[in-house]
Design a protein around this ligand. Sequence first.
Ligand SMILES: Nc1ncnc2c1ncn2[C@@H]1O[C@H](COP(=O)(O)OP(=O)(O)OP(=O)(O)O)[C@@H](O)[C@H]1O
Ligand SMILES: *[C@@H]1O[C@H](CO)[C@@H](O)[C@H](O)[C@H]1NC(C)=O
Ligand SMILES: *[C@@H]1O[C@H](CO)[C@@H](O)[C@H](O)[C@H]1NC(C)=O
Ligand SMILES: [Mg+2]
Length: 724
Amino acid sequence: GWWPLTMEKGCSQYTRVWIPDPDEVWRSAELTKDYKEGEKSLQLKLEDETIREYPVDAQNNQLPFLRNPDILVGENDLTALSYLHEPAVLHNLKVRFLESNHIYTYCGIVLVAINPYEQLPIYGQDVIYAYSGQNMGDMDPHIFAVAEEAYKQMARDEKNQSIIVSGESGAGKTVSAKYAMRYFATVGGSASETNIEEKVLASSPIMEAIGNAKTTRNDNSSRFGKYIQIGFDKRYHIIGANMRTYLLEKSRVVFQADDERNYHIFYQLCAAASLPEFKELALTCAEDFFYTSQGGDTAIEGVDDAEDFEKTRQAFTLLGVRESHQISIFKIIASILHLGSVEIQAERDGDSCSISPQDEHLSNFCRLLGVEHNQMEHWLCHRKLVTTSETYVKTMSLQQVINARNALAKHIYAQLFGWIVEHINKALHTSIKQHSFIGVLDIYGFETFEVNSFEQFCINYANEKLQQQFNLHVFKLEQEEYMKEQIPWTLIDFYDNQPCIDLIEAKLGILDLLDEECKVPKGTDQNWAQKLYDRHSSSQHFQKPRMSNTAFIVVHFADKVEYLSDGFLEKNRDTVYEEQINILKASKFPLVADLFRDDKDPIPATTTSGKGSSSKINIRSARPPMKASNKEHKKSVGHQVSSSTQQIVKILNLYTPLNEFEERVTVSFIRTIQAQLQERNDPQQLLLDSKHMFPVLFPFNPSSLTMDSIHIPACLSLEFLNEV
Ligand SMILES: Nc1ncnc2c1ncn2[C@@H]1O[C@H](COP(=O)(O)OP(=O)(O)OP(=O)(O)O)[C@@H](O)[C@H]1O
Ligand SMILES: *[C@@H]1O[C@H](CO)[C@@H](O)[C@H](O)[C@H]1NC(C)=O
Ligand SMILES: *[C@@H]1O[C@H](CO)[C@@H](O)[C@H](O)[C@H]1NC(C)=O
Ligand SMILES: [Mg+2]
């Protein structure tokens, strides 16, 4: 959301502007004659000399964005630009990148990065040392400069820090987060025997193997959110780390869209299938398994899965996961592939199914997990129904069996994911008292695909919540501050995404109606969509596509996204049948039994406060207690999303306190502007122009906001503010 620059008083010949263009997004143009207020169009000349008449939006009298003077273009801080709006930002980034190969640019204290999609020689140890100890303003913008700033503020000002990496899928968040961590490992390395900083770095390849996958947007897309906190001692040496994960995309375990893959680890394991130690996994190539072949091509150009698997194993070893445990992990992963390829036959009656006792995949699944074959075969195709008077066993239709089988596979994977995270945390834990920390949050980016489903809905909802944090910190709180100080303000017209969040999470919102529909015995995706239309069509953030009765559109802060309702109910229910879980609980392998232990069963005290994405998370209050009958693992995913993002929000709130300094600066800043406005007796013009300074200041750590980072456009004649 950018604010258009309105030039109510007209503008003169030779003024340079940006106009929107369907192909090039923005094109530069120049006024060929003066424009006076009220005229219906502008006379423009484009850079290729073509002349164009540009209609002026009569209602708002809205004129195009002004172009910055060339002398400012290429600045390494966007806030130095006179005019700060979308075309100005894009042009500046483009010039820096194309003309000097600079991928980093500041915007105040925010670092903006362009993904170069090629290895640049700017990340070596020598570069780390060059940035170490320097001031942010003295060096070229760089992720290392941001990391240094965090490190310095922690050490000098005794403040815990968090770095938040945000952006669309494929933007380079995970790569940036890894560079930041490498920086801390280098400058905070203790050179002691423990190698703790190496262990912290070793967590990355493991998490990428089990939590990253190829999507159409990114070959290495993180399908979970991660917040890693690096702990330091009094001398600011790394002593340990702790990681929390959020919202693992479980559906990928059982389904991949065209051109996408399941989690890397599955392909890595298949690529290593012929190694003698993996004979017992009974794996072949990834094309042979249903869960790894739905997306088509199972290979990624430039990626050697067998080689990456070696890295995964080395990382496990470095973290102290012993060989036998590693084999156990790989057995569980292989078992999921076998489960997905079990052949289920529908009986003629249409209401029941069977699995051949000779089914190799089922045998492998049971053998690898150490569970009873006959039991498993039976309970894959049947379910127990408990009424008040009796318990009976019911057969299931083919679709029901497949759904239940898929839910089981997802559950196994998610439990294993959580288990691995817990073990990484144990390996990174230290008993030494942590003096301070730096956190790095790498969340999945906002995404929209050709077809968007429940997963995109969850991810985008989480991003919506994150965006709210930006807004809250930068705009809302500031404005509340002005109100408290009784400063008259009309200045900032911030984009408040609370209405969109309400649409999703409020009572009778999208998630609530989804939960309701899941409880209705004959609930369907389509009925749910209908209820959404009935209830929300008047909402600004909700639309019904004209040509569909099953899709709905949410107008997110970043984009309009059309979601297909098909499968939402099933994915939200995520029903895993108790009988199947009970069989796994009875596994003769301790690790497998351990994975499925209920929360109420005693759990050895863990040292970590955070829980993996798959751990049970308290569901939003007010859920009716489940009937004891027909016990299924019921926790609607939608509400896990809610509580997961709630946790992220809590973290952000905790570690980015509004700093006194900022309040002082911004309040006096506004106050002085107000005085100027009255003096000049020309409020409107100023208000409109000064808006442009604000939308782009997104300080996550407001303490580093200085007057220098608030640039005041010359046209405002407010230079005196620099002295505030
Ligand atoms: N600084 C960089 N230098 C070179 N290549 C980069 C850089 N940043 C990103 N890339 C390339 O872009 C790819 C995608 O980056 P990355 O995986 O970090 O995206 P992401 O923002 O984490 O996306 P997602 O939300 O899907 O996880 C990387 O695999 C890498 O090839
Ligand atoms: C993902 O990134 C890791 C580390 O950068 C790399 O080793 C691996 O090959 C990448 N995998 C894919 C599938 O691109
Ligand atoms: C930083 O975090 C540590 C815990 O890791 C805590 O003990 C310390 O008090 C925090 N410091 C500040 C200044 O909040
Ligand atoms: Mg990522």
